[in-house]
Write a protein that binds this ligand. Structure first.
Ligand SMILES: [Zn+2]
Length: 112
């Protein structure tokens, strides 16, 4: 599968058999040496599911958790069609604005 480094946005290809399916792992990005967590236990999926069910509060809680555990991937959140039901939600827009800021500052940090 692919993971995106939260610091430098590099796409990392990780063989599926190298990732546990039931616990969080910490990875070191080969490009920028940033250590980040990947939690395969579906934080993001749970968030997306709540979004689909129309429960914006729960969706945001889970998406924020996914972000903290290593998925601060702004372009992905921005494009994900499964998050479509959330887009008019004020809280979601705030969340996205914050995510964009941390995404851009991470990119800027690593562009030097
Ligand atoms: Zn990196």
């Amino acid at each position: 599968m692919y993971l995106v480094c939260p610091a430098c946005s590099k796409r990392l290809q990780i063989p599926d058999d190298k990732l546990p399916t039931d616990q969080a792992v910490r990875l070191t990005c080969p490009a920028c040496q940033e250590r980040f967590a990947y939690d395969p236990r579906v934080h993001r999926s749970v968030g997306v599911t709540h979004a689909q069910l129309g429960d914006g509060t729960q969706a945001l809680k889970w998406l924020a958790r996914a972000e903290q555990t290593g998925l601060p991937c702004y372009p992905w959140y921005e494009r994900d069609p499964l998050l479509q039901p959330m887009r008019k939600d004020n809280e979601f827009q705030r969340f996205m604005a914050e995510l964009k800021k941390s995404w851009e500052s991470a990119k800027a940090r690593h562009a030097e």
